[in-house]
Design a protein around this ligand. Structure first.
Ligand code: F6R
Length: 608
């Protein structure tokens, strides 16, 4: 949700700024801008639209200089426009700011600043920040940023420059991510690692209200009272290729294809046929587990959908009651969390504002908190009592794929681990589950090898306005994710329905030609699902089935069947989702959608 970058060094700042922003475009792409200090003057270039609009208009003379900041925007306050684009500057001077976050008291501050003679030209909340900093500026940019941010309510990651102190860049964060990259003779700031990975692997992870003052002597981390904070350098270990498409049309297709490896890597250190499941990073005794009377899984979007899958496995295998909820709802409903609760937060970014808020609230009431994420060093991973990292690696495409499947895999392993601790796991079931999970990477590859067939099937959906997904049990949880995937990248309205629920109202929408995608991976519910398929077929629906290779079906009730390999049924949805991700992908591709940058979306939702 907005990406910010900053550069201080001996090279032309704009080169890094533009390159860094190109790696952060997944965070927002309504507009982009940079500001560079040159000979004591701040020059700003900013444009509505994609980063390409900015680069096409980068006039060499205007944006030269070795200190600068940049921004790619996901609009919150005010439409995408040149004026609303960042950087923003004070109306009384050249204090210039890029901001990621939301200032909740901006109207009140704007009113007050107007009374002090400041003028406003944009509709943004951000514009109050450079003006406030200017108001407090008495020759020390750091001090002014400290004072100004004391008056801000909400979330912010800021990069600040001024022609009055041309050899300084000041940055700070609160509830929005920000890292500092330490290069050779150059220092970077960025909202996320992909922006700086090709420049340095040494970074500082900032905590809330830690200020960075960057000068030719490097980066100093200070608290608000000016005390220097000594920080350990964090070494980024992931591969630079993760931030590149590597020959694929899109990051999404690349990440879909990375799933066999991501799942294999996630399983590797934890599961084998003979050893105990390894949860060293979340080791519980039977007594610890017995103290937990309820598990809450809280997350947003696809991560919430992964939580739904996890709850099915935990309740089935470990028989512990699980509540799965959407973070933005959960935080405002006085949830029944106590010191006997285990609260699991799932997040691919590790920065989602609502999920982070839930984690903090639950810690306050003494609940044990666990984060499942793929981003080492992210806020959620740092603040939870325990963290389990999936091995998905960074996910760049806005539509989450490998983060989802690896989160589901971790929760399945956890369900088995809990079940074993509680003495509920039988030898036979344990063997069956282990075999099935270890086979998932190979079975996923079988689906990936069918991409052409799935692409053909996607032709059936491209012109649709509405699509329905039907499933029961674990397949219903899967339908919810499949439906979200289709919506977000192809803009086709879709709904996920529990097979038996359709006739309680929504079947009224089924008419001749309505596309229904029906999942049949749960053998014990197969006959019930077939009845539901017959019901929609009788009303004219065209049905695409997702069924096992060896399932003998009455083909007359299907218009097309995508066959998938059979696995132990609880595990099968992890394989089936690959077909549904590809179906969504090719549908969007057929429609000519910009798959990695779906409209109105951003990868990391760091505002409420
Ligand atoms: C959809 C998608 C989103 C995210 C959601 C939570 O494909 O990616 O629904 O899952 O915004 O984000 P994280 O996982 O970063 O907390």
């Amino acid at each position: 949700m907005c990406g910010i970058v900053g550069y201080f060094g001996d090279k032309t700042a704009k080169n890094f700024l533009v390159d860094g922003l190109s790696k952060l475009e997944y965070r927002g792409y309504d507009s982009a801008g940079i500001a560079v200090v040159n000979e004591g003057k701040v020059n700003i270039v900013k444009h509505k639209g994609r980063l390409a609009n900015l680069t096409e208009n980068l006039d060499g003379n205007k944006a030269e200089g070795t200190v600068g900041i940049g921004h790619t925007r996901w609009a919150t306050h005010g439409e995408p426009s040149d004026i609303n684009s960042h950087p923003h500057q004070s109306s009384k001077g050249d204090i210039t700011v890029v901001h990621n976050g939301i200032i909740e008291n901006y109207l009140e501050l704007r009113q007050w600043l107007k009374g002090q003679g400041y003028e406003f030209i944009s509709q943004t909340d951000t514009e109050v920040i450079p003006n406030l900093i200017h108001y407090y500026y008495k020759g020390d940019l750091f001090q002014a940023v400290v004072k100004a941010t004391e008056r801000l309510e909400g979330s912010y990651a800021l990069g600040v420059i001024s022609g009055q102190e041309p050899d300084k860049l000041v940055a700070v964060r609160k509830d929005s991510p920000l890292i500092v990259g330490l290069g050779q003779g150059e220092t970077f700031i960025a909202s996320d690692i992909p922006a700086i990975i090709s420049y340095t692997r040494d970074i500082y992870l900032l905590e809330d209200r830690e200020f960075v003052v960057i000068t030719k002597d490097g980066a100093k981390i200070l608290s608000g009272d000016g005390t220097e904070i000594k920080k350990d350098v964090f070494k980024v270990t992931w591969n630079e290729d993760a931030a590149e498409k590597g020959g694929y049309d899109s990051f999404m297709l690349k990440e879909i294809n990375e799933q066999p490896k991501a799942i294999k890597d996630t399983l590797a250190s934890r599961l084998s046929m003979n050893n105990d499941i390894n949860f060293e990073d979340f080791k519980l005794s039977k007594e610890d587990l017995d103290k937990i009377d309820r598990i809450f899984i809280v997350a947003c979007g696809t991560a919430y959908n992964a939580g739904l899958m996890g709850s099915v496995a935990i309740e089935k295998l470990a028989k512990i009651p699980v509540v799965v909820d959407i973070a933005s709802e959960f935080r405002y409903k006085d949830p029944l969390v106590t010191n006997k609760s285990l609260v699991i937060t799932l997040s691919q970014s590790g920065e989602t504002a609502d999920t982070l808020a839930v984690l903090r609230d639950c810690k306050k009431v003494g609940a044990r908190t666990l984060a499942i994420t793929n981003v080492v060093g992210s806020s959620i991973s740092r603040e939870a009592d325990n963290v389990i990292y999936t091995m998905a690696g960074p996910e760049i495409a806005v539509a989450s794929t490998k983060a989802y499947t690896t989160q589901v895999v971790v929760m399945y392993l956890m369900a088995m681990y809990f079940s074993e601790l509680r003495g509920l796991m039988t030898k036979e079931l344990d063997k069956e589950l282990r075999e099935a999970l270890l086979l998932v990477p190979e079975k996923v590859q079988i689906i990936l090898d069918k991409a052409n067939e799935i692409e053909e099937t996607a032709n059936l959906l491209a012109n649709e306005k509405d699509v329905f997904y039907l499933g029961r049990g674990a397949d219903y949880a899967l339908c919810i994710e499949a439906s979200l995937k289709l919506k977000e990248i192809s803009y086709i309205h879709s709904e996920a329905y529990a097979g038996g629920e359709l006739k309680h109202g929504t079947i009224a929408l089924i008419e001749k030609g309505t596309k229904v995608i029906a999942l049949l991976t749960q053998r014990s519910l197969r006959e019930k699902m077939i009845s539901n398929i017959v019901e929609v077929k009788a009303r004219g629906a065209e049905v695409i089935g997702i069924a096992y290779e060896n399932d003998v079906l009455d083909e007359s009730i299907f218009d097309k069947v995508i066959r998938i390999p059979e696995l132990y049924n609880l595990v099968s949805p992890i394989v089936a989702i690959i077909a549904l991700q590809l179906l969504a992908y090719y549908t969007a591709k057929n429609k000519g959608c910009d798959i990695d940058k779906p409209r109105n979306l951003a990868k990391s939702v760091t505002v409420e």
